[in-house]
Design a protein around this ligand. Sequence first.
Ligand code: SF4
Ligand code: SF4
Length: 250
Amino acid sequence: MNHNIVPVSAMDTFCFSCSPAVPCFNECCRDLNQFLTPYDILRLKNELNLASGEFLAQYTRMHTGPESGLPIVTLKPHDTHRLTCPFVTPDGCRVYENRPSSCRTYPLMRAVSRCRKTGKLTEQFWLLKEVHCRGFEAGDTWSVKQWIDQQGAAVYNEFNDRLMEIIGLKNQHLPGPLDGKSRQMFYTALYDLDHFRSQIANEGLPDGLGMDGGIAPAILDAAVNDDVALLDLGMQWVKQMLLFRNHHNR
Ligand code: SF4
Ligand code: SF4
């Protein structure tokens, strides 16, 4: 199938409309090969009122990056033939308010790169014109920036960029496959948040793996009571854990 992928800048515009009225309604919610980020999972498990462990078991598959050894989480299709999203219904997406970042960004794709010297992030966008998608035939004109804002993608991008930073850090300091114990800690702290919360509540953060000098009780309290604060802490902790492992591997 010939899809067209066009690089675009933040101020470039495109014409697009998606609603139940389009003849291709729901066509983009099959042939699924969807990665889920930690923030996607936070939003989805709360939308479905599930604990993270239940959500992960019911709706996802965990893979291990062959070169990095990092955990990779994908959405489990509802069926093996059409690879349909488990959340699509005849009326559309049943998790629409909390749909994953890639669904929000579509028909755009976004990638970021970080300058090693300055730490500055550069965003890149592409417009993906898939043959089945009729949304380009009519509708409003959007700039790339307006589309990202209107889709509520900014908060997703913020957490996804932090994940990319952590992955970059791991690849830079700990090249090669991550060991099984670190992979499990990475998975728990970023993807299985409710399990991470119980660990913190019962045992605190594992000793000697970064966060030297301890964490203010207020930050721990916030993390135990609020998922976003918990993911924020999980990301900080994983970053420290990777740096700590790098230091001790020398
Ligand atoms: S989460 Fe919603 S928008 Fe995304 S593929 Fe599934 S049904 Fe479609
Ligand atoms: S294929 Fe395109 S226009 Fe059709 S429902 Fe999906 S995003 Fe909307």
